[in-house]
Design a protein around this ligand. Sequence first.
Ligand code: 5GP
Ligand code: ZN
Length: 115
Amino acid sequence: MSPDPDCLFCKIVAGAVPATVVLETRRTLAFRDISPQAPTHVLVIPRDHHRDVAELADASPETLAELVDTARAVAADEGIDAYRLVFNTGAQAGQSVFHVHGHVLGGRAMTWPPG
Ligand code: 5GP
Ligand code: ZN
């Protein structure tokens, strides 16, 4: 899909908004969350604009698989062997940026259920 001119993460992909990028692949980008909730808190996104993980799975399952692989590589680079990969999907579930992103969270003990 073409970039959405109003989308924050499309602007990060384009370099128009700065971000601390930790890993880049052909179809994905990983950068540190601006408000980290754990010692490791990295967002992994497709370069192409899709609003949520279900839409990405429909449109480009190979990109979703690459995104999961990028998350694994980020965790390995961070030296963590346990992490959460979270896709908030829909406003009520906490999604605030509607360009799909996986949160890679780790480096501390986690509780369940999430809030
Ligand atoms: P969501 O709430 O949609 O699941 O996650 C959006 C995430 O994007 C939040 O964790 C928030 O801290 C992060 N975020 C919002 N604006 C920016 C920004 O400008 N730069 C970066 N790196 N992260 C951002
Ligand atoms: Zn976007």
